[in-house]
Design a binder for this molecule. Structure first.
Ligand code: PMP
Length: 331
């Protein structure tokens, strides 16, 4: 398949990958960097794989302006695994954690955390507007002093909402953010966060890998009872290779992070996202009743723009016409 035959893929994840990256992978598949073997056949503690991990960490640190207080972990499994690993590492039976409920992925995270301790839902966007059409502003939030951590979903992929201002957690209480669908899409005030995590298949590569950016002081306070393969402290102490990591996914993430740096870093990503989203919101706003985008303008996502059609027939027609124009993944 050549460039001309590639379609326009709107899928939120697994998402479209840069063609230069896909071509690179194709060219390197049989013989990675003159090693005479494929990356798929390479030992996970080899020098080449060590270099990949090391460079992803250093590039992510510079892209996200992370201080040396953070460690980056590479963990098999998607973002949903972190819904479990966060409370498994940080909560014990009698402790409480505060969650902000802004949509499907927050709800899933809340359900998992309840298995490990008490969950206080400190803000429920659904209760406020019945359909998750907004995220809270900092002045709408109250943080219980006994929270072990505060949890939010920075971009609500399904709902089309995104935080444009993040809350500041009280000193000593880490702010945990699921950034699966907006990591690297815009600058973040990294010093406000204790943990930032993301599944790779949207903005960082392919499914099967999560990136967990965690403050070293949180690592040292992780529960010792957490089984080794799930224990952030163990994973960190083995340089994310306590067991065999998904090397191919790491290799792809390495390429995506390098590509992000090459095209101009987060500044350029943010510019592109603002430009693209403004174009689409502009069209939706021309006839908001027809396009039915009900997200609160202050909470609109620059990553996932949701709208619906006035009827099921029009919805099907829109999708059919879009597909005829080579556009898929819109449903
Ligand atoms: N969090 C967010 C914000 C997501 O968009 C998704 C996936 N669509 C998930 C978590 C779940 O990710 P995974 O399928 O990698 O577990």
């Amino acid at each position: 398949m050549n460039h001309a035959s590639r379609i326009v893929n709107f899928s939120s994840g697994p998402a479209v990958l840069p063609e230069t990256v896909l071509n690179d992978i194709q060219n390197e598949l049989l013989n990675y960097q003159e090693t005479g073997m494929s990356i798929l056949e390479m030992h996970h503690r080899s020098e080449n794989v060590s270099q990949i991990l090391c460079e992803i960490s250093s590039d992510l640190k510079s892209l996200l302006k992370l201080s040396d207080d953070f460690e980056i972990l590479f963990i098999p499994g998607g973002a949903s695994f972190q819904f479990v690993l966060i409370p498994m590492n940080l909560l014990t039976g009698h402790q409480r954690a505060s969650y902000i409920n802004t949509g499907r992925w927050s709800e899933r995270a809340i359900n998992e955390a309840r298995r490990f301790g008490f969950v206080d839902i400190i803000y429920d966007a659904k209760a406020a507007d019945h359909r998750f059409y907004h995220v809270p502003t900092p002045d709408q939030l109250f943080f219980p002093a006994d929270s072990r951590y505060i949890y939010l979903t920075s971009n609500n992929t399904v709902m089309g909402t995104q935080y444009h201002v993040y809350p500041i957690a009280p000193k000593g209480i880490p702010l945990v953010a699921d950034m699966s669908s907006d990591i690297l899409s815009k600058e973040i005030p990294s010093d406000q966060f204790g943990i930032v995590f993301a599944g790779a298949q949207k903005n960082l590569g392919a499914a099967g890998l999560s990136i967990v950016i965690i403050r070293k002081e949180i690592l040292s306070a992780c529960n010792d009872t957490t089984p080794s393969v799930f224990n952030y402290k163990t994973i960190a102490s083995y340089g994310s290779r306590y067991n065999t990591p998904p090397v191919f996914q790491l290799y792809l993430t390495h390429k995506i992070v390098k590509w992000t740096c090459q095209v101009g870093g987060i500044k350029e990503m943010s510019r592109r996202n603002l430009e693209k989203s403004a174009l689409i919101y502009g069209i939706l706003d021309e006839d908001s009743l027809f396009w039915n985008n009900r997200v609160d303008p202050g909470s609109r996502s620059t990553m996932n723009i949701v709208w619906d059609m006035p009827s099921e027939e029009l919805r099907m027609l829109f999708l059919q016409l879009a597909e005829r124009e080579g556009m898929v993944g819109l449903a």
